[in-house]
Design a protein around this ligand. Structure first.
Ligand code: DX5
Ligand code: ZN
Length: 229
């Protein structure tokens, strides 16, 4: 388990996407987070596999973490992996066989993640944990960047960290996504989250590298025993 900071491309300037991808790569961030929205699972549309391919072509060394906010993510797993996804996350609330989805992702040698909306009880994750490399807690209602962090999610993070430890999955990666800044990232770290997705907060920085480094440092202070290297 490693402390990781993942800028979300949703908050980039879409007028110069390749430059924005290079900015993330140059910042020393651990990965690029790509938000895929289908206008059905969430009330918004974003982009598809071509954007993952653009990220791969532009900065091949930058890890590509792909968050599928889709009603039927199972129909797109292959296409996102073909485009270059290295971690692929599906929602536990999706309308598909979650077991089969996670297995299909892992079968391609890609990290499998499960995402949970704010309103869904954390126990909905329990049956699937042995098939997960990472779990993502939405800390806003999915669909848009720039929303306020929901602090009521914090106890769910520690519930998962405790539960995972109790079943021999103490090294499970736990991510948070939505309204993340220095303060909210540190709050999540104190509950046991070790990966932080941040869109608007990081992209508005004039010095993204300094902000990534500071967020990582603040979170490491909250997670004793963990280091980014
Ligand atoms: C929201 C997306 C997030 C979004 C976060 O549905 O899953 O990844 O980009 O944006 P901020 O950090 O601006 O809340
Ligand atoms: Zn996301």
């Amino acid at each position: 388990m490693k402390v990781q900071v993942l800028p979300s491309l949703l908050a980039a300037d879409f007028g110069c996407l390749a430059d924005e991808i290079r900015r993330v790569a140059a910042s020393g961030a651990d990965a690029l987070h790509l938000d895929i929205m289908d206008a059905h699972f969430v009330p918004n549309l974003s982009f598809g596999p071509d954007m993952v391919a653009l990220a791969k072509k532009t900065s091949p060394e930058l890890w590509r973490d792909v968050h599928l906010m889709m009603t039927r993510p199972d129909q797109f797993i292959g296409r996102f992996i073909d485009a270059g996804a290295q971690a692929l996350q599906i929602h536990v609330e999706a309308d598909c066989d979650i077991w089969a989805g996670l297995r299909a992702i892992r079968a391609r040698g890609v990290r499998a993640g499960l995402v949970v909306r704010p309103q869904t009880p954390v126990a909905a994750l329990w049956p699937y944990l042995p098939l997960c490399d990472e779990v993502l807690f939405m800390t806003v209602n999915p669909g848009y960047g720039g929303q306020a962090f929901m602090s009521e999610i914090l106890p769910k993070i520690s519930d998962l960290r405790k539960h995972a430890g109790g079943i021999g999955l103490g090294a499970l990666d736990i991510m948070v996504d939505g309204g993340i800044n220095f303060e909210t990232a540190a709050l999540c770290a104190a509950q046991g989250a070790n990966m932080y997705v941040a869109g608007s907060f990081l992209f508005k920085q004039t010095d993204m590298a300094a902000a990534v480094q500071r967020m990582r440092g603040l979170c490491e202070e909250q997670l004793p025993g963990l280091r980014s290297e």
